[in-house]
Design a binder for this molecule. Structure first.
Ligand SMILES: Nc1ncnc2c1ncn2[C@@H]1O[C@H](COP(=O)(O)OP(=O)(O)OP(=O)(O)O)[C@@H](O)[C@H]1O
Ligand SMILES: [Mg+2]
Length: 251
């Protein structure tokens, strides 16, 4: 494969939590970047499940535009591939705690999906804190996924933002149609029902805005450097702090 003149960009999807939508968002992002004309590698770091590989096989069977998918044992190995692709989208395995340190300065964008419950949002806040402590140069953002009501979405957003976490404006609703689409090898943005694909595209537009900031090298209010200057301590979420917030919120 031909080497690119400039290395591509790395976008990682990670969380301590299982089942929060890492693979779902990673697939959709890869499909849309490819549809925009970029060369994309979808790197599956979950070698035990290989869910991305199975999904891509279902795509091929359907005759849908093929996404290049490969398994990697480490984020560093996946990152080497940016020599050949415009974008390397890394789908991490759950509880990839040991990988977050590596990722802090490997990915340009780090996305943390979380469902709007404290079981997901607490670990998401902790991952955010770990990345800030590691002085990440990545743009980090949480994506609220599987949202049902405005109230639970608002509550989750408020919880995360109290820790200084950047939360994307648009959220992914909980829809059986999204599950069925992925079972058929589609991405969320390829759902037959226009409303479902539109909701997914709104979230993608928030991610593309982050990509644009990276490309234009724009600093935004809750990047690591401004956090350490202005909001010292706030980003440094410990288990204990997250627990305290959790109790206060529930009370
Ligand atoms: N917004 C949604 N609405 C409905 N179903 C969803 C939604 N998001 C994800 N799912 C479904 O939830 C399940 C878990 O999602 P996914 O595999 O993306 O999570 P994950 O974080 O990658 O999981 P793991 O930690 O096991 O890798 C899948 O069956 C997926 O289709
Ligand atoms: Mg997964």
């Amino acid at each position: 494969m031909k080497k690119k003149r400039n290395p591509g960009r790395v976008i990682a999807l990670g969380s301590m939590k299982g089942g929060c939508g890492k693979s779902t968002i990673a697939r959709t992002l890869a499909v849309e970047l490819k549809a925009m004309g970029f060369s994309v590698l979808l790197a599956d770091l979950d070698t035990e499940q290989d869910t991305i590989i199975h999904w891509s096989n279902r795509r091929v069977e359907k005759g849908l535009p093929e996404i290049v998918v490969r398994s990697f044992a480490s984020v560093a190995k996946a990152r080497e591939q940016r020599a050949f692709f415009d974008y390397v989208v890394i789908d991490l395995k759950p509880r990839a705690k040991s990988m977050f340190g590596d990722l802090a300065n490997i990915a340009e964008i780090m996305l943390i999906p979380a469902r709007p419950c404290l079981d997901d949002c607490q670990p998401a806040a902790m991952v955010w804190g770990k990345l800030q402590t590691a002085k990440t140069t990545a743009k980090v953002a949480c994506i609220l996924n599987s949202c049902t009501t405005d109230y639970e979405t608002h509550r989750a957003r408020r919880y995360l933002e109290a820790f200084g976490v950047r939360v994307l404006d648009h959220v992914v609703p909980e829809k059986p149609g999204y599950r069925m689409a992925q079972d058929g090898g589609y991405a969320l943005s390829e759902c037959m029902r226009g409303k479902l694909s539109d909701r997914a595209k709104h979230v993608l537009s928030d991610i593309f805005a982050l990509i644009e900031d990276v490309v234009l090298k724009k600093r935004t209010s809750n990047d690591a450097v401004s956090q350490t200057k202005a909001g010292r301590g706030r980003s440094n979420v410990t288990d204990k702090q997250a627990d305290i917030k959790l109790v206060t919120d529930a009370a």
